[in-house]
Design a protein around this ligand. Sequence first.
Ligand code: PFF
Length: 460
Amino acid sequence: MLPGENRIRDSFSSKFGIIAAAAGSAIGLGNIWRFPYVAGQNGGGAFLIIYLVFVAAIGIPVMMSEFTIGRMAQLNPVGAFKKIAPGKRWHLVGLLGVVSAFIILAFYTVVAGWTLEYLVQSVKWLFTSKTIGFSSMSTEALKAFFTDHYDHFLSGIWRPALWFVLMMFFTGYIVISGVKDGIEKYAKVLMPVLFIILIILVIRSVTLDGSKEGLIFLFKPDFSVVREKPVSVILEALGQAFFSLSIGMGTLITYGSYIRKKENLANTAVSVVAADTFTAVIAGLAIFPAVFSFGISPDQGPELVYITLPVIFQKMAGGFIWAFLFFLLLCFAAVTSTISVLEVIVAYFSEQLDMSRRNATILAMITVGFLGLLCTVSKDLFNLFNASPDLLLPLGGFFIVIFIGWFLSKNKSRKELSSNGAYSVGYYRIFIFLVRFVAPLAIAVLFLLGLYSKISNIFS
Ligand code: PFF
């Protein structure tokens, strides 16, 4: 018997719970902080089209593959590969996922911590005199405020470190309560609230004077940027698709292992992908019309959300309300993602090292906490970790589709996807074609291109 196999496993209790939890993982800072600025720098609408192609041709098949592996094995990513492919080295793919989880959680929680800081600033603005918080800061002051967090050393490190630790605690608090009573319970509340807030913000943004330019930017494809730097735009789109969908590192193998046998995996994957993509687009809709309305250039980079938006909030009537809602949204989005990454490590520790959930969570928080604190003091480490998903996730995704496409028998994958014949799998031939040929080839070519460009950057 493999470690962890004899344990009683928790599971998601409803279809809505699964979709809320998995969409909660997918929808995060990647959608609301990263997607708008990456799209802004890479051609707006043209980037969106390339992104959508990757999501459909690679994202959905990888996500279905992860769910299939997880649910078939009912174990963490390492245990899952050990169980399905005994005596082979496939479990190293699971291990790569666990390592990626450590790296991603460390830097991601640091950024998530910034959102707490900004939320507190907006609450101050909301409840106290108008001279505290964002309202009183000049654009320069806002820049310095953000740079303090980003550049850490400038004004001492304790603030970003403090917010990081707090975010880690929130994450651990939810995860320690379990899959059904922690992750699912919170996702079921936070995700609907997140959507409501986002819709309110979209309505506010698109009804501002001059917001039409923002809509044109987001939806009218202008391929001039793509022609200028095609490789980098395509790589950004692929990296963004993996990161945003939470695929390629076993998060969805882990969540898949908590999905009950009677659920339809394909349908679940498509719903999650649709929710994630929809959210990225409407986050763009909440941000770009406002950005254009206030005459700001859309290609601000990572500062877009942390400097540009506060400047905009200051200028808007009732700005404190919008600031508060926006940063609350960002916090919710972040925490439903951090819990999913922590769960990868907790499932691994508890099953492979035979620990209680409580001890596994505490150990995970301490180890990731250590790495994350290093990220708050070293910008180089932060940048290294921040850049690593671009390579780690496609690498993991490549092996996952190869495993499903070429290693696992078709009978087995069909049986799992159809829930033992309960659902029709009319899509199966397309799925197999995608996981055998399209996804691995596309990922391999783009991965090598990405590696080449990273290495040539280092030496140039
Ligand atoms: N998908 C999350 C986001 O878009 O913010 C980030 C993420 C979560 C990446 C979980 C990877 C992961 F396993």
